[in-house]
Write a new protein. Structure first.
Length: 387
């Protein structure tokens, strides 16, 4: 006789042991590699495997801090190949890890629109759209990184058929003005914290130079906020000089951080806990776990860039916004001495020296020098801050 006091329900909370989230069960059933841990040192070379249904090689990335919040997935397309079209019910960001490609996007009642992209391009495919990717080169593979909120969505509707090839269209998302559909993003000074660029195509995040000062995070850095039309998806890219590092800070989970340029490392740690060191260079990826402090260090001879793709805004705010700067950001005079010692040691291994002014370690209100003509730039905690 069945014991009805202990239902074997795969959806009910705590109804089944095993994977914590419904999305995880679907991901694990796809039969392609899943990479976990704290960081991926190189998305260009990380193992992928055949995904017969999608006719490509693929892998899922689920480093600590992403679970239940956001998806990161690699698609690898063979030289000269085109993968079958797919319709997806959610907004999805695409970042080009390596290679050159052609994307074709359409939905019911809207003509197909194709555009080319290259290494480090970033663009949005709107929800409810068909998309098809082709490798534009015959001599090398194309690798794409996909980012979306499917883990959250599948906790509400667990049937994959609701998200893949669902007939519901969003034609209005593919019918903007002719000069806006996959045109290069434009500055939107009235949006967010004053650093926002708005559009659905960023040509090369490794070369994007339309930046504003990021005075409050230290390191003499600059930033660009990224906002996409009719979407909650977005992010920001921070750029900071050689021989410098940013202030330690913490926020919510789910920020997928990709490195478009530079060499360095990040330190991540829970308050009072063990520190994790994530080395990075172009093509690396990591996610600071929920409420873990993290700090970024440039040990190269060129400006370093990190692109942070944001989770849904309800996950402890947008972008680098912190809840309480006194608790959630560590000023240089208050950091552990080991932080500075480690940084100078790493620079010394490369024959370099720190360019951090000595006064930053003495004065909590130290103001970094910027060119006289530069604007105020991003303001942390500004009302309506964008990622």
């Amino acid at each position: 006789m069945t014991d009805e006091t202990h239902p074997q329900d795969e959806i009910t909370r705590d109804g089944r042991r095993g994977s914590k989230y419904l999305y995880d069960r679907w991901m694990e059933a796809q039969g392609v590699p899943i990479h976990r841990g704290y960081f991926i040192e190189d998305l260009k070379t990380v193992e992928v495997g055949p995904w017969a249904e999608r006719e490509c090689n693929a892998a899922f990335i689920q480093v600590s801090g992403m679970e239940g919040v956001t998806e990161a997935r690699i698609t690898e397309i063979a030289p000269g190949a085109t993968v079958p079209p797919l319709k997806f019910a959610l907004d999805e960001l695409i970042y080009t890890i390596s290679g050159w490609g052609i994307a074709t996007v359409w939905t019911e009642g809207v003509p197909k629109h194709s555009f080319e992209f290259g290494p480090r391009s970033l663009f949005l495919i709107p929800r409810g759209s068909h998309r098809q990717f082709a490798n534009a080169r015959g001599d090398q593979t194309l690798r794409l990184l996909h980012n979306n909120y499917l883990p959250v969505a599948m906790s509400l509707e667990p049937d994959p058929g609701f998200y893949f090839n669902n007939a519901y269209p969003h034609p209005e998302l593919l019918q903007p003005k002719d000069d806006e559909l996959y045109a290069v993003a434009k500055r939107a000074p009235a949006m967010g914290r004053g650093a926002t660029w708005y559009g659905n195509f960023f040509t090369d995040m490794g070369a994007w130079d339309d930046l504003v000062p990021h005075r409050q995070r230290g390191g003499g850095g600059h930033v660009v906020d990224v906002s996409f039309p009719h979407s909650q998806m977005g992010g920001h890219m921070s750029v900071f000089p050689p021989g410098t590092y940013k202030k330690g800070h913490r926020h919510g989970p789910g920020r997928v951080i990709v490195i478009p340029a530079g060499e360095g490392y990040s330190i991540m740690w829970p308050e009072g806990g063990e520190k994790i060191i994530a080395p990075w260079h172009e093509g690396s990826m990591f996610t600071p776990p929920d409420r873990w402090f993290h700090q970024h260090f440039n040990v190269s001879v060129e400006p370093a860039r990190y692109l942070a793709l944001a989770p849904l805004p309800q996950f402890s705010g947008w972008s680098e916004q912190v809840e309480d700067r006194a608790r959630d950001q560590i000023e240089y005079p208050d950091e552990e001495p080991w932080i500075r010692e480690k940084f100078e040691e790493e620079l010394g291994k490369r024959g370099l020296e720190s360019l951090m002014p000595e006064d930053v370690y003495k004065d909590r209100a130290y103001k970094w020098g910027y060119s006289a003509g530069e604007e105020q730039g991003a303001v942390l905690g500004a009302q309506g801050s964008a990622p």
